[in-house]
Design a protein around this ligand. Sequence first.
Ligand SMILES: [Zn+2]
Length: 270
Amino acid sequence: MAVKIDKKIKGYSVVTAEDKAKAAPPAKDVAEAPQPGAKVIQMHEKIERPETLVGSTYKLKTPLFEHALYVTINDIVLNAGSEHEHRRPFEIFINSKNMDHFQWIVALTRIMSAVFRKGGDVTFLVEEMKAVFDPRGGYFKAGGVYMPSLVAELGSIVEDHLKAIGMIHDPELSDAQRALIAEKRAAYNALESKKNSDESVTTARDEHSGELFPEPRVSAPRRDEDVAVTGDGGTAFPPSATMCHKCSTKAVVIMDGCATCLNCGYSKCG
Ligand SMILES: [Zn+2]
């Protein structure tokens, strides 16, 4: 609605949702209209910690440490039982037998907890953390996803948690994309099983490496990243798969002379 102003502006104030609610005529048939007195509580730093919080603990095993890290994120439930019920992260702790990085971990988790309690959009933490890379090199976690650093993996845990409580939503794959990926995986499996049956005639394959002529057992142990590729968690991709630049997963195989990702469906040849 355009309003022509033909007088000097001497002052102004912004119309808030409350003003609008007051100005609006009392609608009888609008169920969503906030009831007078019903106040929606948003996350802010003055909210006191209840005695009990609900939360989740994630186990994080990296090739960097001998011991696992246990990441606990506790949530507060705001406006419980109402249509404005929200679950928001409230605090994060990390526990481990490993004490090497204790001071940084305590500092990081305290600051993250403070950000959680400030409220607002805390999802930026995920992007910030996932962008941190370790100058000594990253590693592959189970399922073949590349983690540029431990901090980045913590970021992906926070991301998983925020997805679980509904603060972050995955961009939905279209049915066409899903079908394409399924088709490519099936085609690759068919190709592989054909290859395997051809090879089994000539020599027994080394089950672990999948190489036709495995190196002698006395050779140096394979590096972690070679072994951990198809890991036990998530979807397993062929050990020979290379890194996909679109989804950071070791899932790119050559099919019909064309690099194709079996995770997200990305293909060099379109
Ligand atoms: Zn991909």
